[in-house]
Every structure is written in C-alpha cells, then in structure tokens.
Design a protein. Structure first.
Lengths: 266, 405
C-alpha cells in the first residue's frame, strides 16, 4: 500500500493580516505550522500503513522553509518526503498548484490513495485536493470523516462523507483521492525516534526541471487562470446585546423566544 | 559558541509543548481546585517516551540528551508545576541516579521499566525533622544476613502515593549516625508492596495542588542486600549527586514558569484598558514585564549552560545549583508581578497567574532552599567548598551510545 499525503505550511493564526499595499499575507512574526486539516490526513495515512503495511510519502509545495512541515510529518511516522520548490512555481493559484502536485505524483509512481486536508486555513479554498484528482484522472471523495473499509488487494474503499445534510457512505475503486475533515481522527504527536529520523533525513527538492511531464506554461503565475484583483479584511461586524432578566429561567426563556419570534429569527 | 537550539531540540520542544497544551492544560484548573493528582497523565507521558527522555535506548529510554530533558521540563511547567515535578522525581532524582550509580542488574530490573514508564519512581531523603540538614535524618537500616531491615519516615515526598519504586536513604552505621559522619548513610532501592511500607498523601499545600506529595513510613521493611545502590556508606554522595539532576529539572521548570507569567502578562496587558489605553502602555506595567523578560532570559541561559556541561560530562554541581536558585526565586517574583499586572483578576482563579504564584514557592524551598543555595555559592567562591570526583559520574551524552538498540 502506498499513501501520498499533500500538505501545506501555513501561518499559525486564524487572524490573517494582509498588507494593503502589496495585497499579500503578512508573515513576519507569525510562526508556521502544518495546516491543521493536513495533520488529520497524515494521521489517517499512518493508520492505513499500520493496518496494511506499505509506505507513506508526504509532498508539499512551497519555499525551502516548508521542509519544516515535511519533517514534522516524518517525525510522526511518514517514510519519505519531497519538497516542490522553484521560482517557476511562485504565484501559483489553486489550478497551477494542483497541476504541479499532480506532476510530482506522476513522478512518484504507483499509489493507492492520496490524502489531503479538506482545505488550508490560510487560503480556505478547498480546491487543490479535488484539482489533483482531476489532473490525475482519478476519483475524488471529499470531506471524509471515516474510512469504513480499505482494501488494497481488491482495490476497494468505503468511506463516510460529512455533508451538511448528514453522512453519505460511498464505495469507490482505488486509486482514489480523499480529503479529510477533523472528525476523522486525533493526530498523534511526533515520537523521539521520528524526530531523530526527521532531523537527519535529507529531503529532496524538486523544481520544474525534475518534473519531466510538466508543461512550463502551466506553472506558477503564468499557469494560473485566477487573477487576484484585491484582498481586504471585511469590516468588523456590528451588533448589540440585549439581556433578558426574569425571576425564573423559564420566564427568561419565554421572553427570549417571544423576541426571536417577533424578529422572525425562529 | 553557539546559542542556537538544534532542529532536533526545536522539534522536542514543540512536541512537549503541544502535548502539554492538549493533554494537561484543559483540565489543570479542575485538578488543582480538587487537590487531585491526575494519574491518567502517566501512561500518556510514558507512551510518548517523555518519562525516559534522556535514558539510553538500551535501558528503555528515548535516547535524547540532557538539553531535551530540560526543554521537556520547561514546557511541562509552562502549563503546570505538577507535571514537571513528575520529571524531577521520576527522571531526575531517581532514574538518572540509577543510570549513574546502578549495577547492570539494577539497571535492567529497575531503570528499564522506569524509563519505559511502566513503573513510576521517586526519591526519599527528606524527613519530618530533616530537610536542609540531610545528615540529621533518623531512618535506619540494620543488616540481618542477606538483607537489611529498614525503619523510619520520609516526608514531603513527591509522588509518594503514586510511585512503585523508591530511592531511600538511611543510616547503616549507628556509630557514625551519632557522630553525624555522613559516610554512615546508605542508599536503597525499595519497592511498593514490601511488608511494612506505607505511604500517605498530604493535602492543604499552598501550591502544586494537582501534584501528589506525601509521606512514606518504613516499619521493619526487609530490603535485599542487592538493593543497596552504590556501596554501603556511599548514600550521602549518591543523594547529593541525585540533587544535581533533580535541581537541573527544577531550574528548567522554573524558567518555564517565568515564561508562562510573561506570556500571560503580555496577553492581559494588551486586552485590559485603563485610563483610555491598554495597560501595556503604562510604564509601571512595562517595568513588571521587563523584569519578567530579564529573569526568563537569564534563567534560560543558566539552564542551558548547565545542560551543556551535563552533555559534556563535566561536573556541574555549582552551575546547576546557581540555575536552580536564580530560576526558582525568579519564578516566584515573576508570578507575584504577573498577579500585579492582572490586578484584582489576578487574585482570583479565573486567570492562571494566582496558581503560578502558589506553585512557584515550593521550588524555592525544596531540593536545596534558597538559603542553602546561597551558602553553596559563597563557599565555592571563598574556596571553602570544592567538588571531589565521585566514584561514579553521570556519563556524558553520546548520541551513538544513547541510541544504540
């Protein structure tokens, strides 16, 4: 069994600040972490390896610093890691990112499953995972909260998708791309043995030259159909607080219910 | 000279930080209020390898160095002192002492399960009437054939009611006991469950209320002769060398406590507004924060120096004692200042800083009170005190040896 996990290094904050002049994220003074949703993907891949044997490969596209994120995955137990880093990849939108990752996966060769977090906490698009599946022409199943069955021998997988209306159980053939939600597991901590392996491992960096199948016109800013016109913080939401005071909790609740009905909230 | 932590150290730091934030922080206030030790943390620390962090792999440990031990203590005490105390007695005072002085048989029998966290260990030197005056202990062990008969009482023992294995000090030479000649003290490895051994928990402590502290009493406890650690009469040297390792963990933990006070104060100083501005804008609040920063940096540097010396295998009794004195006193002052920054809110347990203040005082007293630390530093400077080589020194850290399967 071979699992490939695509991860992203993101700023450790949910309050992303934007430089209004350059329209880019302010990264100064903000530590970087593995995108939290991706840690669930790493954990799930490690669990599949524990059940079925095989290897876990982690892949990330980003600056040289993103090796830290890959090392964390190795410290958790991933077997190998590859960084995609090249000036030619700079400015990639979700389409170009998915394209580039897909070319790297082609170079990696055979696999059974690709795992991704459902989205990154900085961009929040949720498009790269599905984009990779499309590029590789394999099925994609998103928002997975549980893998019910996974059989590399018969190439079958059955998963639960966490949807707004409920849970959907889907059966599919391997290879498949899964994006996972946080309900799927509790990621493990890196181990001391893993930490030692990670710090001693030489992580290869692949640039455009290493991706033989890649069309240079599809990489980076040039290959990105999306143009970011402007990024801004939405204005802070206003609001007022009304307190209901009553002698008993049920009287207070009744007052609240009347008000909500009057305001057509319920 | 290199002041940078290695990638390995940074990853260890982050792992323990995440562990403490996820496994300890959510429930610590509840356990502290209930004066309850959360035993469920021990198997989690064991599974993660933290309990044997700096013990060689072939003795069941994680094979990391002494800097990693220090970083783990800092990150644990950043959340609460109780969890650093586990490291101090289990790893610092007991397991490292077995590594330093134990025979191969003793290491296999006691160190391996301790390093793996299957057994929990502590250290018993202090007695109801003997703390700083270690030679004033009253416990005795009388030789009878192939074993000793242990009698006495130990007090203020961390994990007394939790530990499986105890490292206990008692007089084996009654002539020397009368003469207060410390070469009459011997160290013993004692197991819970042996007849005549009982433990109890002390409640009503000022701080570290989520930690277990108690007493051990020995009433004609038979201890096999092979459970003497080191040689008969070597106990005092073993006890003092153990304190080098215990104080090391206390010093690192106290540095973590100072950092916790600093972070809490900085956060609050930016939230709380008075006189129309956030209180961080007031110069007297800035002064409190400046002192916390100074104490954290200085404590951390003293701890790192001690850790570096340990890694090199250089005797560090003085340097570790200085780190322990400075960091613990600094943590008490920083915690008091953190309460000050928080004003009336800091006085309530709505915020963590009142717990930090209560927790900080214990370490100023135990493992060598600040007065003992002052005497030591003065006596080194005056030339009244010199470290003599020990028969067994704590081995220098050698990554290849430590990580050998």
């Amino acid at each position: 069994m071979r699992a490939i996990v695509c991860i992203k290094q993101v700023p450790d904050t949910t309050e992303v600040k934007i430089n209004p002049e350059t329209n880019t994220l302010i990264r100064e003074g903000v530590a970087s972490i593995v995108n939290p949703f991706d840690t669930y993907a790493i954990e799930e891949a490690l669990r599949l390896k524990e059940q079925h044997g095989g290897t876990v490969t982690v892949l990330s596209m980003g600056p040289a610093q993103a090796k830290e994120a890959l090392k964390e995955a190795v410290a958790m137990g991933a077997d190998e890691a590859v960084l995609l880093s090249d000036r030619a990849f700079a400015g990639s939108d979700t389409w170009a990112t998915a394209y580039t990752l897909a070319q790297a996966i082609r170079r990696l060769g055979e696999f059974d499953v690709i795992l991704c977090g459902k989205q990154a906490i900085d961009g929040d698009t949720g498009q790269v995972g599905p984009g990779i599946a499309r590029q590789l022409q394999i099925p994609q199943l998103t928002y997975i909260c549980r893998i019910q069955e996974f059989d590399p021998a018969t190439k079958r997988v059955r998963v639960e998708r966490l949807l707004e209306e409920g849970r959907e159980v889907v059966t599919c053939t391997l290879p498949v791309l899964l994006t996972v939600v946080k309900d799927i597991n509790q990621p493990r901590y890196p181990t001391f043995t893993g930490i030692r392996r990670a710090t001693r491992m030489e992580i290869p960096t692949w640039g455009a030259a290493e991706l033989a199948t890649a069309n240079a016109d599809y990489l980076g800013l040039k290959g990105s159909p999306t143009q970011v016109v402007r990024i801004f913080n939405p204005p802070a939401r206003g609001g007022t607080v009304t307190l209901f005071t009553a002698d008993t909790p049920s009287d207070g609740a009744a007052q609240l219910a009347e008000r909500l009905l009057a305001d057509k909230v319920i | 000279m290199d002041f940078a932590l290695s990638d390995e150290h940074l990853m260890v730091q982050k792992m323990v930080r995440d562990f403490a934030a996820r496994e300890i922080a959510p429930t610590i206030k509840e356990h502290d209020r209930a004066q309850q030790f959360d035993r469920s943390i021990l198997p989690k620390m064991a599974a993660q390898g933290i309990l044997g962090i700096c013990i060689p792999v072939r003795y069941g440990g994680a094979g990391m160095d002494y800097i990693s031990l220090g970083l783990a203590c800092e990150e644990l005490e950043y959340v609460d002192t109780a969890n650093r105390v586990i490291m101090s007695v289990h790893a610092g005072l007991n397991s490292l002492t077995l590594l330093q002085w134990g025979t191969e048989e003793q290491k296999q029998k006691y160190l391996v399960p301790q390093a793996m966290g299957d057994k929990i260990a502590t250290y018993g030197l202090t007695e109801p009437a003997a703390g700083s005056d270690a030679v004033g202990i009253q416990s005795t062990a009388r030789r009878e054939g192939d074993h000793y008969v242990l009698n006495g009482e130990k007090m203020w023992i961390s994990l007394a009611d939790v530990a499986d294995n105890f490292l206990v000090f008692a007089w084996t030479d009654m002539e020397k006991k009368r003469a207060r000649d410390h070469t009459g003290i011997t160290a013993f490895i004692v197991e819970r469950g042996w007849p005549g051994l009982e433990t109890g928990t002390i409640h009503g402590k000022l701080g570290v209320r989520a930690g277990n502290t108690g007493s051990i009493s020995f009433s004609d406890v038979p201890v096999p002769a092979e459970n003497v650690l080191g040689r008969e009469g070597e106990g005092f040297y073993i006890a003092m060398s153990a304190l080098d390792n215990g104080r090391f963990t206390v010093a690192w933990g106290a540095a973590g406590l100072i950092r916790a006070c600093l972070d809490a104060s900085v956060r609050y100083a930016k939230e709380r507004k008075t006189f129309g501005v956030e209180i961080g804008r007031h110069q007297l609040v800035q002064q409190l924060i400046a002192f916390m920063q100074m104490k954290y940096d200085a404590a951390q540097l003293l701890c790192l120096r001690a850790a570096w010396l340990k890694n090199q295998g250089v005797r560090n009794t003085r340097e570790t004692a200085l780190a322990k004195w400075y960091a613990t006193v600094g943590s008490f002052e920083a915690a008091a200042d953190a309460v000050e920054v928080h004003g009336a809110y800091g006085y309530s347990d709505e915020y963590d800083v009142e717990r930090f203040l209560r927790n900080s005082k214990g370490a100023v007293i135990y493992e060598g009170s600040q007065e003992i630390q002052q005497l030591m530093q003065a006596q080194y400077a005056l030339g009244y005190r010199k470290d003599k080589p020990l028969r067994c020194e704590l081995p220098a850290y050698d990554a290849a040896v430590w990580q050998e399967e």
